[in-house]
Design a binder for this molecule. Sequence first.
Ligand code: NAP
Length: 391
Amino acid sequence: MRVGFVGWRGMVGSVLLQRMQEERDFDHVDPVFFSTSRAGGAGPPIGTADVPLRDANDPKAFAGLDAIVTCQGGDWTHAMHPALRAAGWSGHWIDAASALRMNDDAVIILDPLNRGVIDEARARGAKDWIGGNCTVSLMMMAFAGLLERDLVEWMTCMTYQAASGAGAQNMRELLAQMGEAHLAAKALLESPGASILDIDREVAGILRDERFPTEHFGVPLAGSLIPWIDKDLGNGMSREEWKGSAELNKILGRGVVPPEHAARASPQGGPRPPGAAKPPIPVESICVRIGAMRCHSQAVTIKLTEDLPQAEIESLIAGANEWVRLVPNTRDASIRHLTPAAVTGKLEIAVGRVRKLALGPGYVGAFTVGDQLLWGAAEPLRRMLRILVGR
Ligand code: NAP
């Protein structure tokens, strides 16, 4: 397969190339590298390294490719996908951006959970394969054992999302904010006798200072949090929160839940979208940005369709796939192994704090942490390419 790579220089793209090299994916494809800003420049040292980068803004430059893998972003997808399709290019389009996710003929790819949906779509001639929202993909990987057996009646996801989900510049800004907060209190911190309330006053002062670096987040994240992610849908819900329900159900082949239905989701289930074999699973969220670097965490409440014993719930969660790692529900294991610091840079999805809740039969609480650049972004893309390659 001749495969064009666009956006490989960015944060998701770099992680994708790294993973593809680790898994020797380039042994099975003939890569062609593109850039929107450095056409003619040098590509990564992969394949025929001295071939100059092609111009990603020139539709003709994609002629003859069997597939395009893009981590460039939604603007580029919006511009180039229709242009290439209109020009008759009929290859596979694998995309990290959300631009095409909800199109009828696009499949959200998360093959450990929806290989059947992917294979059915391939048989129908589908060509657009889109990575899911990072938070949704990580949550679904974590609770695949319950979702696959149709044991989830409804769930809530209270998220603690990392700075990386907002982009590389936001990660830099988080660190700059941490540095400023430390600087404001540095002199007092060095004095063991300084009052903690004086230290706190200095930090609160700098967080509210108009010179505090907030160009990208708009407000302080270090020493604080941001309880809204993505656009305001105008119904009390953020777009990120809507994705929890809409994408989970699309991934599972339960149809698309429009924002107005997601807002009204009830424990009895929402209306069944046309063509879906099963009704959508209601998923409600409050999505919050916190000062972690690249791991998203989520506290979930799950209402099971059956009141299963604790041991069976744990074994179903742990046995779902090779990436889930069940963390014992103890203080020591949780604070050591169920944190962004422990999970960052790893493919594993940590799941812990699993406990039957006193709310009634079938209620389960749990906490999960996953690296949003791996299973949350790059991994589903590279695996989709391997599915298409057939090896
Ligand atoms: P990004 O880091 O901003 O990179 C996108 C492109 O920006 C690069 O490929 C590169 O393209 C260009 N660029 C300009 N200056 C650069 C620099 N100094 N270093 C590297 N690249 C530079 O974007 P991203 O965060 O990877 O996101 C890409 C897409 O994936 C977006 O649609 C995003 O929504 C989606 N996504 C992101 C995440 C996430 O966690 N960030 C998760 C899931 C999905 P040229 O070579 O063409 O200039």
